[in-house]
Design a protein around this ligand. Sequence first.
Ligand SMILES: [Zn+2]
Length: 106
Amino acid sequence: MADRKSTGMPRMIRGSVVTQRRRCGKPTCHCASGETLHETPVLSYSEGGRTRTLMLAGSDVAAVAAAVARYRAALAKLQADGNAGLAALAARVAAQRATGRPRRGR
Ligand SMILES: [Zn+2]
């Protein structure tokens, strides 16, 4: 049988894997007292300024968390590259200002 855990799992996912604790609403359930709530793994993410959640199958949690970690690492690298580019541009502009335009004394 094929490995269903990895089938179709995206390489990168934006969001955070969190555990949602809630009551199911059934008055006879053990959660009704509020002592022991149901724990559901979800992917929490923001979209259009709202925080949304996506329920996860227990067997997907590890793979989703790994994809979230890959996304964060890629994002951090992208930001670092962008900051390095900004610093390089600032140095280039400063060098042009210093040497590119000879000043005339007045
Ligand atoms: Zn319940």
